[in-house]
Design a protein around this ligand. Sequence first.
Ligand code: GRF
Length: 219
Amino acid sequence: MLKLVVLVSGGGTNLQAVIDGIESGKIRNARIAEVISNNSNAYALERARNHGIDCRCISPKDYETREAFNQAFLETINQIAPDLIVLAGFLVVIPPDMIKRYRNRIINIHPSLIPSFCGTGYYGLKVHEAALARGVKVVGATVHFVDEGTDTGPIILQKAVAVEKGDTPEILQRRVMEQAEWQILPQAIDLIAAGRVSVKNGIVEVSEKKIHDIDYTIT
Ligand code: GRF
């Protein structure tokens, strides 16, 4: 069974989609070992507690240097020893050592169709504001593996969402979450847990049937 750690910073609606996915059987062969937040006020932590999931807070603010935080953060993750780390609205930069150690074992949900509206500065409502300002007619979300860049890792799943007349950034953000993020994040975890995802030369292949066990990464 795929052991997940979910990292959060805010409301945790994507975490909720993963919890619901596991409870409803949409995500098979996976369990959340722990939820970690950098923000002790994150509602996501409440969601974890409501479902009896262990959670803890670890914040760069509690360390003298970023290096000290990065080391403690990596040690915490190593202690849990997850098969997959899920970034569900996590606003802290992942330490390079963690990316190296968990290569193709960290996934992120981004609220745009990468490579549009992604990279430094594109987070939260800013993504949707930029999409509306550019006048695109289709937006969406992407689940990707995390590499050293910002939103540059191998793309696992994407889902498109139509822009509608009268959309505000807030309305669009909500529609992208409902129609795309909350669908493809659980779906990606299910595919990975089923051993159907592999990465070759930076490109993700999703096979029809299981190709390997939990050690799902081929680099
Ligand atoms: C989502 O829009 C996600 O795509 C982005 O951060 C937001 C988190 O929302 N990475 P929530 O905390 O899951 O509600």
